[in-house]
Design a protein around this ligand. Structure first.
Ligand code: PHE
Length: 344
């Protein structure tokens, strides 16, 4: 049998070797038991053997055993601390688990259509403006040349919050707000939400989106209105689309027109079509030359300046362009529906 001193050295090397394999707390506990257990641990055995040494050699050998014991103790403690830190910081990855699926959103089709409309008008030099959704009676009606109790107010089934405040029934009040702030030349569009006390059907909802447009400058004529709107509609729907202008009435424009587009949902061939009602045409915007009274209300000289305006229904444009028979589908938040419009 080798001398005790040599065996102490061997044990140290054996321990160092075993230390490299500490992968988890269980292995560490085993090592602690094997080396340090009071009854059967390797060190306990060495101490036991001290007795067989001559008395003169015992202190030195005993000292060495104690040094080794302290060494083993401190290395095991250190290993335990490292293990604790790494296991809480990075839990072990189980590669057999199924991956986490992400629920991708998608831009809403009405937002995409609005952006497309904006892009066409921006390219013609228009700027984008916004106004409040809760309006005063003055901006929504009076400044737009609807006197109190005027029967034309009945065309806009208004939701009042107080006697004087209402949810705007159209984006036209933004025309007034902009003309109060700025002097001509003005070339703007105003996208936004509007509200009407309306019974929902295939093409109507109590809340929907409009894009308003306004041009004011010297020498503006109805030809500018017609040319610009035709350019816009052909860019949006394609060169071949059929458009018609019909005479109409709005208190804030004179003369006024409504613009219809051929019904691309049924192609004019379905007498029961829910979108065009079998007429083959769908009204998508109202327009006209700014009434001189409106200019007077905002201190713009109607002798010097002329202008035109339009208000377009975004849902209708989207329905015709995507051939959708139901306006409701835009508001049901069905991701299967919404995701379809990402690529046009
Ligand atoms: N504001 C009108 C509507 O909501 C549309 C319109 C706007 C008509 C501008 C003429 C000029 O029906």
């Amino acid at each position: 049998m080798e001398p005790l001193v040599q065996r102490i050295d061997i044990l140290r090397r054996t321990f160092d070797e075993a230390c490299r394999g500490i992968a988890d707390i269980k292995v560490l506990q085993d090592l602690r038991n094997k080396f340090l257990s009071r009854k059967r641990g390797y060190l306990a055995q060495l101490l036991e053997e001290l007795k067989s040494l001559p008395v003169s050699e015992r202190p030195e050998a005993g000292g060495r055993i104690n040094v080794l014991k302290d060494y083993i103790q401190s290395r095991l403690d250190e290993a335990e601390r490292t293990l604790a830190a790494t296991t809480t910081a990075s839990p072990r990855i189980d590669l057999s688990l199924p991956g986490r699926t992400r629920l991708w959103g998608a831009p809403h089709p009405l937002m995409l259509v609005t952006q497309e409309i904006e892009a066409i008008f921006l390219s013609m030099g228009f700027a984008i403006e916004e106004g409040p959704e809760i309006e005063t009676d003055y901006y929504n009606f009076e400044a737009l040349n609807f006197p109190p109790h005027h029967p034309a107010r009945d065309d806009w089934d208004t939701l009042y919050t107080t006697d004087n405040l209402l949810l705007r029934t159209h984006t036209s009040p933004v025309q007034i707000r902009v003309m109060e702030r700025r002097k001509p030349p003005i070339r703007i569009i105003c996208p936004g939400r509007v509200f009407r006390h309306e019974t929902p059907d295939a093409t109507h909802l109590p809340m929907f989106y409009q894009v308003e447009g306004l041009v004011v400058d010297e020498g503006i004529t109805f030809a500018n209105l017609k040319g610009t709107l035709e350019y816009f509609l052909k860019t949006f729907f394609g060169e071949k689309v059929k458009i018609r202008f019909r005479p109409s009435f709005f208190p804030f424009t004179e003369p006024s027109a409504e613009v219809d587009i051929e019904c691309l949902v049924c192609g004019g061939g379905d007498a029961q079509c829910r979108v065009c009602g079998g007429t083959g045409w769908k009204e998508i915007l109202g327009a006209g030359m700014v009434d001189p009274q409106v200019f007077k209300n905002v201190n713009i000289d109607p002798e010097r300046y002329a202008g035109w305006a339009f208000g377009l229904g975004v849902e209708r444009v989207a329905m015709i362009s995507h051939q959708l028979p139901e306006i409701k589908s835009f508001y049901e938040n069905d991701l299967r529906f919404i995701r379809q419009f990402m690529i046009k």
